[in-house]
Design a protein around this ligand. Sequence first.
Ligand SMILES: Cc1cc2nc3c(=O)[nH]c(=O)nc-3n(C[C@H](O)[C@H](O)[C@H](O)COP(=O)(O)OP(=O)(O)OC[C@H]3O[C@@H](n4cnc5c(N)ncnc54)[C@H](O)[C@@H]3O)c2cc1C
Length: 83
Amino acid sequence: MSQGLDLAVIGSGGAAMAAAIRATALGKSVVMIERGIFGGTCVNTGCVPSKALIAAAEARHTAADTARFPGSPPRPARWTWRP
Ligand SMILES: Cc1cc2nc3c(=O)[nH]c(=O)nc-3n(C[C@H](O)[C@H](O)[C@H](O)COP(=O)(O)OP(=O)(O)OC[C@H]3O[C@@H](n4cnc5c(N)ncnc54)[C@H](O)[C@@H]3O)c2cc1C
């Protein structure tokens, strides 16, 4: 391959990372080509943000359920979804 590269990995998601890490561990020279946001689905729109959203929803659910604790009146839910 030109420029002394051994492997071109297209994409930068989990599969691409595994290939690149393995190749570099074997002493190969690797280039990674990404058309979108570096890190792929899991990091940017999949596993990580979805678990953050689930954790936020759980915290919201717990906070809205304060009526079961004496002395903690429930607050009315106010959703905006706007930053
Ligand atoms: C909402 C959601 C939640 C998820 N939760 C989990 C979870 O909890 N646990 C779990 O194990 N999995 C989860 N997944 C699945 C996980 O995200 C995918 O299995 C994983 O990301 C697949 O990795 P990949 O490397 O095959 O592809 P991707 O991560 O999609 O990476 C592909 C990359 O290649 C790039 N690309 C594509 N074509 C080109 C091109 N022609 N040129 C340059 N770049 C290109 C893309 O831009 C992208 O960055 C979830 C997925 C979603 C959508």
